[in-house]
Design a protein around this ligand. Structure first.
Ligand SMILES: Nc1nc2c(c(=O)[nH]1)N[C@H]1C(S)=C(S)[C@@H](COP(=O)(O)OP(=O)(O)OC[C@H]3O[C@@H](n4cnc5c(=O)[nH]c(N)nc54)[C@H](O)[C@@H]3O)O[C@H]1N2
Ligand SMILES: Nc1nc2c(c(=O)[nH]1)N[C@H]1C(S)=C(S)[C@@H](COP(=O)(O)OP(=O)(O)OC[C@H]3O[C@@H](n4cnc5c(=O)[nH]c(N)nc54)[C@H](O)[C@@H]3O)O[C@H]1N2
Ligand code: SF4
Ligand SMILES: [Mo]
Length: 731
């Protein structure tokens, strides 16, 4: 990076805080990032960026940022050299491996990890190299694993996930998502709010099913629902379609196995039968089922609110089933599984799916016996995996890009567990509630200090699109990229595993012929093989990593619309048909049908709430985002509050069977009675770390959620974060 003194440069790049990946122009003065503004020439975000994206300059230049390796001592952290830190970590890790085996080692990768291809790929290599029995956790068990599991059941592979064809649909039903605030998830669609308004402009509708009249629901049509009852409503929608002869049976008969089984399963769930529990008027439910089946271009889209209840896999499965039975799967304006467009996609899916299904069957968590989704275990059980003695007890733990003390159920338990480890290492740029418990905090680069290609999000783009970027500034201080840190450890431990030895050998061989050995080779390979790529020379002018970042800096649209009629390619089962019938699904349906309302002791239900100026737990130290009297507060129905003699703005004590917190509440009509919404990611106390965040106060809502195996969703290991029974009292 040539950063000549006195120069001001404007570099084209993109934001990687959340999923739309908005185009950005970075102003770099003398090698320092001084401003970020939205890129008007980005084909999709076209001059839009949100407050978080703009405020990221303050994260890069944050005086509280960790920019040198830190080691924990009896009285706080001290800086150490990279050599000293890496040597000591490798030595201690080797000792753990020798004495206790790979099963004593664990890694948790948090949400921002998914935005860096190199981070993901290097950890996968590391875990593989540590060997069988090691533990791998990600934020996905608080987020997406049930969605992946539903896909594994239906299509045979967790990686075939349908998205709504946003740009062509005429009826979009949004279930448990708040895209006006979240900017879309499992759906990469810059300016998503505008795209939803386009639907209305072309004469269509957007219906939002949510316990709260959210910022999204307020702009479109709101249908209130009792938390954690979506599965019942969706069963009713399918029941109506079958009972009223609206099901597109003829069209889908050749696509699926188990249609009669499904019909029998849903038969008891008439809208009248489920209404007392969902709170949805039976006529409204019937109307919605009819509209979905009759509108040629309609799609149901579910997100976090449908994943973090107790029936996440069933709910995700039913979302697809509604689309399928209504004739809206794999159709223009419907719900579409769009792959990367690599040659032999079906064969790739058959192979990958078989492998992942086998891992699912074979790998079980030590605590609770949960199966592994894409090789990952339930993070809700991480603390118990550290504290329960026996073979495979975790005694050495790595945490990259995560703040599980705030993001995982029962943060208190996790804090204690982290303190009990023989070795704990964080890869982060802040001293947080989590990292401040670690023996080492290794400083990493922010997104603007690394090259990138958003590999994870490619199949979820509403408009197929490619963009890659180079780093816009050099690493701040001594920060290093995650893959470089992992690489250093692998190099130091090459005698400990065959995988590490092979990686080290390949690295040396490549360097000898003058080629750098980096994960970029893999990302480049995928770009070249995928739609729009150069096919390794077969397609003249096709994309490579370098051509994308150099010649298409603002990004390139590949096709204006999603490809449809491609369902078969997405299916991993050899029969090439969707499998509807599963004993596990039947068992979940039986369970949800006995679902009871809240009891006397905990009469309310708690849900989550995302905020425009937060990103989970990690942007509360940016002054731009903390202006005004910004603080943590819950949201409560004003009638519920009146009964409890609670006034607007007053502090309340919220208690669940698992813990309690105190938080001020705002009163509103715009939430279902019996429901309280509390944002997560607050309650900062990163010792010696982010000062502004610590001063902001608030409480860790995950002191109210459960880390008991019985409360973890059985099929996919999802944490239970919504519909949690609580009691609210004046504080
Ligand atoms: N500004 C901002 N943007 C973000 C984030 C952030 O923290 N701040 N986080 C990012 C991350 S990590 C993610 S995963 C995405 C999430 O993206 P979204 O899923 O779009 O965002 P949420 O706000 O979590 O939306 C969940 C909605 O489900 C509702 N809900 C809760 N329980 C239920 C239920 O039982 N049934 C139904 N039908 N609805 C329910 C909630 O009221 C809420 O409106 O957002 C991303 N974007
Ligand atoms: N009650 C409740 N709990 C929830 C949720 C909820 O809705 N309700 N949402 C859940 C969801 S969807 C998610 S995704 C999780 C998120 O949970 P986590 O991923 O565990 O936590 P984050 O708050 O996203 O913390 C991200 C950390 O990564 C660091 N970081 C940022 N960028 C980088 C980077 O490039 N590299 C590295 N190494 N570090 C970086 C930040 O400093 C921060 O410490 O929370 C979950 N928890
Ligand atoms: S919406 Fe997300 S990707 Fe876009 S600027 Fe904001 S934080 Fe960045
Ligand atoms: Mo998430």
């Amino acid at each position: 990076m040539a950063d000549n003194p006195g120069t001001i440069e404007h570099k084209v790049t993109f934001c990687r805080i959340c999923e739309p990946l908005c185009g950005m122009i970075a102003t770099v003065e003398d090698g320092t990032l001084t401003a970020l503004r939205p890129d008007r020439d980005h084909p999709l975000s076209a001059g839009f960026a949100c407050q978080k994206g703009i405020a990221f300059t303050e994260v890069v230049n944050d005086p509280d940022r960790v920019t040198v390796p830190m080691r924990r001592t009896a009285d706080g952290f001290e800086s150490v050299s990279w050599e000293e830190a890496l040597d000591d970590i490798a030595t201690r890790l080797t000792a753990v491996m020798r004495e206790r085996g790979p099963g004593a080692i664990g890694w948790y990768m948090g949400n921002p990890g998914a935005f860096s291809y190199a981070h993901v790929l290097s950890i996968m290599a590391f875990i593989k190299g540590i060997g069988r029995g090691s533990h791998f956790f990600t934020a996905s068990s608080q987020d997406t694993n049930c969605r992946l599991m539903a896909s594994q059941l239906l299509y045979g592979t967790p990686i075939s996930v349908p998205i709504p064809d946003l740009t062509r649909t005429d009826l979009l039903v949004v279930v448990g998502a708040n895209p006006v605030v979240s900017h879309g998830s499992f759906l990469t669609a810059p300016r998503i709010k505008d795209r939803m308004h386009d639907i209305v402009k072309r004469g269509g509708r957007v219906v939002v099913i949510d316990p709260r009249k959210t910022e999204t629901a307020a702009q479109f049509e709101w249908m209130g629902i009792v938390p954690d009852t979506d599965a019942l409503l969706l069963l009713s929608l399918v029941q109506v379609m079958f009972a009223e002869g609206l099901a597109h049976t003829h069209a889908i008969d050749s696509l699926v196995d188990g249609l009669d089984w499904l019909r029998a399963q849903v038969a008891p769930f008439t809208p009248e039968a489920t209404a007392p529990r969902t709170g949805v008027d039976p006529e409204l439910a019937r109307g919605l089922a009819r509209d979905l089946a009759a509108t040629p271009r309609a799609a149901v889209y579910g997100r976090l609110g449908t994943c973090v209840g107790r029936y996440g896999t069933l709910t995700s499965y039913l979302l697809d089933v509604v689309n399928l039975v209504a004739g809206n799967l794999d159709t223009p304006g419907g719900s579409v599984i769009s792959g990367l467009g690599v040659p032999g996609q079906r064969m790739v899916n058959i192979g990958m799916g078989a492998l992942l299904r086998r891992t699912y069957r074979r790998k079980r968590s030590r605590i609770g016996g949960f199966r592994a989704i894409i090789g990952s275990e339930p993070a809700a059980l991480m603390a118990k995996e550290m504290q329960t003695p026996g073979p495979r007890q975790i005694t050495a733990m790595f945490i990259s890009a995560g703040n599980p003390v705030l993001s995982v159920p029962n943060g208190d338990e996790l804090e204690a567990a982290l303190d009990s480890l023989d070795l704990s290492v964080a890869l982060d740029f802040y001293l947080t509630e989590t990292t401040s418990h670690c023996d080492y905090v290794l400083p990493v680069t922010t997104m603007y200090e690394r090259d990138d290609f958003p590999l994870t999000f490619q199949p979820f783009q509403a408009t197929p699109f490619r963009q890659a970027t180079e780093a816009v500034i050099a690493p701040v201080g001594q920060a290093r990229q995650e893959w470089q840190i992992v690489g250093e450890l692998i190099g130091r431990m090459s005698h400990q595993s065959r995988v590490f030895a092979a990686i080290t050998r390949s690295g040396k061989a490549l360097r000898r012929i003058g080629r750098p050995f980096t994960p970029r080779m893999l990302a480049d390979g995928i770009i070249r093989l995928a739609a729009g790529g150069d096919g390794f020379g077969l397609r003249h002018c096709g994309f490579t990593f370098e051509r994308l970042s150099r010649d298409h800096a603002h990004g390139a649209v590949i096709t204006p619309h999603l490809k449809t009629g491609v369902l078969k390619e997405a299916i991993s089962y050899l029969r090439g048909r969707i499998q509807l019938q599963h004993d596990d699904i039947a068992a979940e349906i039986a369970m949800v049908s006995t679902l009871s309302g809240p009891g006397q002791a905990f009469p309310l239900r708690m849900i989550g709430m995302r905020e425009a100026r937060s990103e989970n737990s990690w942007m509360h130290n940016a002054p731009l985002l903390m202006r005004g009297d910004r603080g943590h507060h819950g949201l409560m129905n004003e009638n519920d509050a009146a009964e409890l003699d609670i006034r607007d703005g007053s502090a309340v004590r919220v208690s669940s069977p698992y813990g309690s917190i105190t938080v001020p509440v705002t009163l509103t009509k715009d939430i279902m009675p019996g429901v309280i919404a509390v944002p997560h990611g607050w309650g900062h106390k990163g010792t010696g770390g982010w000062k502004l965040a610590n001063e902001a106060g608030g409480a860790n809502v995950n002191r109210l959620t459960s880390s008991e195996p019985a409360d973890v969703e059985s099929l996919s290991g999802m944490a239970w974060l919504t519909g949690v029974p609580v009691r609210v009292e004046r504080a």
